[in-house]
Design a protein around this ligand. Structure first.
Ligand code: MSP
Length: 679
């Protein structure tokens, strides 16, 4: 047997100062889909993911958590790894940039670049965005042009990388390899950036402690991007990459905001070290929430776990790959997610699978029937399915997932129409009728076999189940997609019992469950709260969580507040307390929210502005009676959405009784000024 061709692909190496949201999950799902697809095309695939653990951000987060950086990153990396495992996103390699073997790769790469004359010492002063870990081209005092957050002026001794020497080699390389940067729009963006001239790049820092030391230059540590990009090499052998044979990478898949690092800096570093260059960089678009990029700092992130718990991982995978045209931005919405679940998965694939299995069970004692003669409509469906195979594979090759799934689902719809018009359940049991029924059900079962084989890379779980129900041999993942063609379903194969794949779900209830879980996760998702023990949790988080639970959902008040409230022996400092800004507010309007029994939408005057705030008090307070009432409001809470309605602040309530009935905190005896601060 000749060796299988190798295929190496990577996700970005994610920062550890937060936990994964569905934006990160999206990139990892796409890579996981490619990995499964390539395996089904006969490749020996390695997929790498990992965590980017150095830099100022981590230094600060660890300080905030009151633990050493190494402990902080170890816990965070474990969370990332655990989540990917639980979601069935199993990369073959997981690199942590704090691994010793990774330090060797970075130092080796630096040495090669230096020996080849592309590194020199200097000084640098510039505006640095610590959130993006990048110097940015703005004046002192101006915010980061990418993320809008404050920049800092940094002057330091450093080593420069002679990026300017690579303008022509890079442009030549892009020209010779027109598919190196995908999609086209990103390629054009990079071409004009490089054509505009390249400045040398500072690649070490003396201002940072938490990083990989530069060999022989102990005060310097590596700039995080020189460090992080090298992780792609570490995963497949580092300095010994040639032995494993996976380098150069076939594909680095990244979000569009980090294309420059991958398509300009990374190939330049590799050219300087005289190492082979990756074959392709694919930059996908962003998942947006309310038209802006999902990000922790904006407080508009959606976590994968609630979705997966309520609808299953296949549903999340399907939604993300079907709904967004790969490469473009896509808006996330629970509404569209549940809609897709019910229409395409429950009514579409799930229904076709259960109908087919039930009919074969009923009329053919659960054995695939043997067709004797086909009618033109059977042949037409066979032809349509056969031609879909080539089209879908072509879409997979070019990462056009929405097109691929659209095509597959058009075949599923054709099968539905076919069954509806052929009605194999109707009629009697005469030989002629059984014969016709055999042809129809064999055709439908064969279509199902082809459809699940094609869909497997995207929906691994449900397709594996249908594969078993159809009594097919071996694992579906071991099928050769290149050899997939119509007509291979063996009559006589015994079916196995089927379970409903995607039970239909009530939209309102599903959304409520996901949002409630999401809110709980949001409270727990601060890295500090997530990784420090209850005793070490910062009191700022505890105070906020207790109040959130009270205001957001009385049902969760008891558990939420209890879990987040510091133990009696714990003390907080006044600094901790003053982090929570509470003010007197006056309710101006109050109304119920359609579809959310527990929530009221309020507008509240807080002295400086009128805020919209949602409060989980609808079951206990009549909206009309609240108008004019003065309440305590937490005003510096990150905005978030409750049942799709933005809530910008929080009303403080006591949780009373065993079920945590909310009672609004107020000022009944004195006339307090609106906007006064509570201290
Ligand atoms: N550590 C760097 C990457 C170094 S790679 C050598 C980094 N990390 S990150 O944690 O910020 O991850 C960024 C990546 O996560 C994006 O490039 C993208 O792949 C994914 N996404 C994060 N938010 C996203 C969306 N809102 N939408 C889609 N993808 C998103 O940058």
């Amino acid at each position: 047997m000749p060796d299988k061709p190798k295929y190496y692909l990577t996700t970005p190496i994610y920062y550890t100062n937060g936990l994964p949201h569905i934006g990160h999950t999206y990139s990892t799902i796409v890579c996981d889909t490619i990995r499964r697809y390539k395996r089904m095309r006969g490749f020996d695939v390695v997929m790498t993911t990992g965590t980017d653990e150095h830099g100022v951000n981590v230094e600060r987060s660890a300080q905030k958590a009151g633990i050493p950086e190494s402990e902080y990153v170890a816990k965070m990396a474990a969370e990332w790894r655990k989540l990917w495992d639980e979601l069935g996103l199993q990369a073959d390699e997981f690199v942590r940039t704090t691994d010793l073997k990774h330090a060797h790769t970075v130092q080796w790469l630096f040495k090669l670049c230096r020996e080849n004359g592309f590194i020199y010492p200097g000084h640098y002063t510039g505006q640095y965005c610590i959130y993006d870990n990048a110097y940015v081209d703005v004046k002192p005092g101006e915010p980061c042009p990418d993320c809008g957050r404050p920049t800092e002026t940094v002057t330091e001794a450093n080593f420069y990388f002679k990026l300017s020497a690579f303008q022509k080699p890079l442009l030549d390389f892009y020209k010779k390899n027109p598919n190196f940067i995908q999609p086209e729009a990103r390629r054009n963006e990079i071409l004009s950036f490089v054509e505009g001239g390249l400045r040398d790049l500072s690649i070490t820092r003396t201002s940072i402690r938490w990083g990989i030391p530069v060999p022989g230059e102990e005060k310097h540590v590596f700039y995080v991007w020189f460090d992080a990009l090298s992780a792609y090499l570490t995963a497949v052998g580092g300095p010994n990459y040639a032995q494993r044979g996976y380098w150069p990478a076939d594909l680095h898949l990244v979000g569009k905001e980090i294309i420059r690092f991958h398509a300009v800096y990374w190939p330049a570093f590799l050219m300087a070290a005289m190492l082979p260059l990756p074959k392709q960089i694919w930059a996908h678009g962003w998942l947006l929430m309310d038209s802006s990029k999902m990000s922790k700092s904006k407080g508009n992130v959606v976590r994968p776990r609630p979705i997966v718990d309520v609808l299953g991982m296949d549903a999340l995978r399907y939604y993300l790959l079907r709904e967004t045209v790969f490469g473009q931005d896509g808006n996330f919405s629970y509404d569209a997610l549940i809609q897709r679940y019910n229409s395409d998965l429950a009514n579409g694939l799930g229904n076709l699978a259960s109908r087919t299995a039930a009919l074969i069970e009923k009329f053919f004692a659960a054995k695939i029937p043997k067709p004797d003669a086909f009618a033109p409509q059977d042949e037409a469906l066979a032809k349509e399915t056969q031609s879909a195979i080539a089209e879908v594979l072509e879409h997979y090759e070019t990462l056009k997932y929405s097109h691929a799934l659209e095509k597959i689902w058009s075949v599923i719809s054709a099968a539905d129409r076919y069954l509806t018009s052929e009605q194999p359940w109707a009629g009697g049991n005469s030989d002629a009728e059984q014969e016709r029924r055999a042809a129809v059900l064999w055709t439908t079962a064969e279509l199902l076999r082809v459809v699940i084989s094609l869909t497997h890379p995207v929906l691994p779980d449900c397709t594996a189940k249908v594969w078993t129900v159809l009594g097919q041999p071996g694992k579906i993942s071991a099928q050769d997609l290149g050899g997939l063609s119509w007509g291979q379903l063996a009559p006589g194969t015994a079916l196995e019992k089927s379970q409903p794949l995607f039970p239909r779900i009530d939209k309102k209830e599903a959304q409520e469950r996901m949002e409630a879980m999401e809110n709980e996760e949001q409270n727990a998702a601060s890295p500090v709260a997530a990784i420090t023990s209850a005793g070490a949790a910062t009191s700022g988080t505890s105070v906020t969580s207790a109040a959130t639970a009270a205001a957001a959902s009385p049902a969760t008040t008891g558990a939420g507040a209890a879990a987040a409230t510091p133990a009696a022996s714990e003390k907080i400092t006044i600094d901790d307390f003053t982090k929570v800004e509470m003010r007197v507010g006056q309710i101006k309007t109050a109304e119920r929210i359609v579809g959310a029994d527990k929530l009221l939408k309020l507008t509240v005057d807080i002295g400086t502005e009128i805020r919209q705030i949602c409060a989980g008090i609808a079951q206990f307070y009549e909206p009309e009676k609240l108008i004019g009432r003065k309440v305590a409001v937490v005003v510096n809470l990150a905005p978030r959405k409750l049942r799709g309605v933005e809530s910008n602040g929080m009303i403080v309530a006591a949780a009373v009784g065993p079920d945590g009935r909310p009672v609004l905190a107020g000022f009944p005896d004195e006339d307090v000024e609106v906007g006064a601060r509570l201290r």
